[in-house]
Design a protein around this ligand. Structure first.
Ligand code: NAP
Length: 306
């Protein structure tokens, strides 16, 4: 089958680290062109305007958006208006309402909208979900502590309104939690820690129904922690390394720390959705973030500079 042409928009960190390699090894897609004000991919036609790229490349069926959340809506809307399927990086938008608007537009036009959650594709997530199925959860805890200077060097947008601060990585944990828990939980309390000079939190402590808690912190130097533990009467499950390593009662069951399969899996899923004429937009992780920003108690800490 001929590979479908993709236009990749926002050639920055995640586009270069993950989307370009995933597309080059894809059987389903080929990278036809890029849109970015400064970035480009060697050997691939580059544009600074999405309208110009789509006019020059009518063969493009899919627009994959790697922009930060705030500028993403306008590009998504333009792509859908131009009759192209759309793939959204996480978080799927700056607000829930704008993602609902995109869903309605895609449905009206018979186009695919895929709100991706790359962490759900981490290799130990499906086995963890299978182990948990049918068990009673007595407690669950997320520890997501990383160094923002290492993972988002100089990216001031994460601290601007809509950038979500520590929820930018924390929403990955919530995407796994909402995938593996057998029934939904809801946020009941939150404490958000804002640097004195910034608009979004650098740390968050969350409490959910069902004895579920989360600890997100962007100030962790040294070893980084992306763990979720789930207690059941039959034992404790631990998902480590961002969903890549599964342990039951402290014993490794599956996984390795650095497998790069998440983005190829996202593009395979996009190929299935386009072929089936379906969309996949699960806003559960983002609802928890919106609730934390609604319900959160505010603490102020030291100013943060990259
Ligand atoms: P980034 O490198 O800061 O931004 C991506 C590109 O978007 C930039 O290179 C820039 O390209 C364009 N851009 C930035 N701000 C813009 C604006 N205000 N208006 C228009 N274009 C703008 O960000 P990233 O780390 O790749 O993250 C992008 C998305 O991927 C985020 O939603 C993030 O959560 C998600 N993500 C990131 C990572 C990661 O490790 N960083 C991992 C997984 C998912 P031009 O200046 O060339 O236009």
């Amino acid at each position: 089958m001929a590979r479908r042409a993709v236009c990749l928009v926002g050639i920055g960190k995640i586009a270069v680290d993950q989307h370009v390699p995933a597309l080059s090894s894809s059987d389903a897609f080929t990278l036809a062109c890029t849109v970015s004000r400064k970035g480009s991919v060697p050997g691939v036609p580059a544009f600074t305007s999405l309208d110009a790229a789509l006019a020059a490349h009518p063969e493009v069926e899919v627009v994959s958006l790697c922009l930060p959340p705030v500028p993403r809506f306008d590009a998504a809307e333009a792509a859908l208006r131009a009759g192209r399927h759309v793939m959204l990086e996480k978080p799927p938008g700056a607000t829930l309402a704008e993602v609902h608007a995109l869903q309605a537009m895609a449905a009206d036009r018979g186009l695919t909208l895929y709100a991706t959650w790359h962490s759900r594709m981490a290799q130990a997530v499906a086995p963890a979900k299978a182990w948990i199925a049918g068990k009673t959860i007595t407690r669950a805890h997320i520890t997501w502590r990383e160094d923002v200077r290492k993972w988002h060097p100089g990216q001031d947008w994460v601290f601007e309104p809509g950038g979500m601060g520590v929820f930018d990585p924390g929403i990955n944990a919530l995407s796994i939690l909402t995938e593996i828990l057998p029934s939904p939980v809801h946020l009941t309390a939150a404490t958000l820690t804002f640097p004195a000079n910034r608009q979004t939190p650098i740390a968050a402590a969350l409490t959910f129904s069902g004895h579920v808690t989360a600890d997100f912190d962007w100030r962790q130097e040294g070893p980084q922690t992306w763990d979720i533990t789930v207690d059941t009467p039959q034992g404790q499950l631990a998902l480590r390394m961002g969903g890549n390593v599964l342990e039951i009662d402290g014993k490794a069951i599956t996984g390795e720390a650095h497998i790069m399969g998440e983005y190829p899996a996202l593009y395979s899923r996009m190929a299935e959705l386009v072929a089936a004429g379906q969309s996949d937009v699960d806003l559960a992780p983002m609802i928890h973030v919106a609730d934390a920003l609604t319900l959160g108690r505010r603490d102020v800490t030291d100013a943060f500079h990259f």
